[in-house]
Design a protein around this ligand. Structure first.
Ligand code: UDP
Ligand code: MG
Length: 323
């Protein structure tokens, strides 16, 4: 914590086809009053390869307000990568993450910044309620965070998104983590330091539709679990043991029947069940191992995480201090 020095807070906003909501978001974010402990804001919007007018809106905003910066990706790289690009570009003493769709209320952000200024290194929003999301999303999200927490070696807070404020020292650790399959909320939990949860009510989207179809949600969930746990591999081993024990019991049963009774085990039903069970268990296990190996392969390629088409509004030092 730095004493009386002016402290800038960088606010990162990932945007993917958010044209419909962006005017409202810009309006609300740019109007935020920095709390007394903070000298000012910079706003870094990351356009994650949008195909609508998102970038045009950001360009105009950057011309009108010198605190606005924009990074445009060459294509869609995904939410977690967009967040990472914003964090890399941030120059603030603290870095805040917020969605573009106003589901995370900007007012709560101010409360989080105040907690950070009191000395917490990470202040994250914890969803007390979720408005305007389908039953399916609510239930799967709830189950996912509980499963993840159970499997993960570090406790990952329940019902927590990326909506948060992080101190510079947490950001530095995050930037030193080069992994490709980024599950930012888990990575921040891994870093440690003093972390505080701020409960809030998650609003419904102010405009537009969710940019997380089921396919992206599944990828996100598997990134979370596979990056933070190797327990699924243990499950493959357990399955093997269970199958072996069942097979042994079957053998003993067959022998006992043959020796001590006048009838013996016959028929192909039991055989078929055993073959199918084992075949299934083996395929699942191989697939699981393949998931981990695929990730090792991706890491070894060492490609850049994202490709930038254009950067706007950076290097305007006059915008760092208020007035
Ligand atoms: N987003 C992104 N890239 C993507 C998908 C989403 O940058 O490929 C952004 C999106 O613009 C929004 C945030 O990530 O600011 C959260 O997405 P969304 O609100 O669609 O997800 P949901 O709230 O429905 O889970
Ligand atoms: Mg949303």
């Amino acid at each position: 914590m730095s004493g009386g020095r002016p402290r800038l807070v960088s606010i990162i906003v990932p945007c993917y086809n958010e044209e419909e909501v962006l005017d409202q978001t810009l309006g609300q974010l740019l109007a935020l009053q920095p709390p007394a402990s903070v000298s000012g804001f910079e706003f870094i919007f990351v356009d994650d390869g949008s195909s609508d007018g998102t970038m045009a809106k950001l360009r105009r905003a950057a011309e009108l307000d010198n605190r606005v910066r924009a990074i445009e990706f060459s294509r869609n790289f995904g939410h977690q990568i967009a967040v990472t690009a914003g964090v890399e570009a941030a120059s603030g003493e603290a870095v805040a993450l917020i969605d573009a769709d106003l589901q995370d209320p900007p007012g709560v952000l101010i409360e989080m910044i105040e907690r950070w200024a009191e000395g917490y290194d990470v202040v994250y929003g914890m969803r007390r309620s979720r408005e305007g999301e389908s039953q399916f999303k609510r239930h799967t999200a709830r189950a996912f965070y509980r499963l993840l927490n159970r499997l993960s070696e570090v406790p990952i807070p329940l019902d927590t998104g990326d909506f948060r404020v992080m101190d510079r020292r947490v950001v530095e650790v995050l930037l030193a983590m080069p992994e490709r399959h980024r599950f930012v909320r888990g990575m921040v939990a891994w870093v440690g330091f003093r972390q505080l949860a701020v409960p809030y009510d998650r609003k419904k989207r102010a405009a537009g539709v969710s940019k997380y179809p089921l396919r992206k949600m599944l990828k996100f969930a598997s990134d979370g679990i596979l990056s933070f746990s190797s327990k699924p591999l243990d499950i493959a081993t357990y399955l093997g043991f269970i199958a072996a024990i069942l097979a042994l019991a079957g053998v003993i049963y067959a022998i006992v029947m043959r020796i001590f009774t006048s009838n013996w085990v016959e028929g192909w039903t039991a055989l078929m069940i055993a073959v199918l069970f084992l075949g299934g268990a083996q395929l699942i296990s191989i697939g699981l191992i393949g998931e981990y190996i695929g990730r090792i392969y991706e890491e070894t390629k060492k490609r850049p995480l994202y490709v930038v088409r254009e950067r706007l509004g950076f290097g305007r030092p006059e915008s760092v201090e208020r007035d």
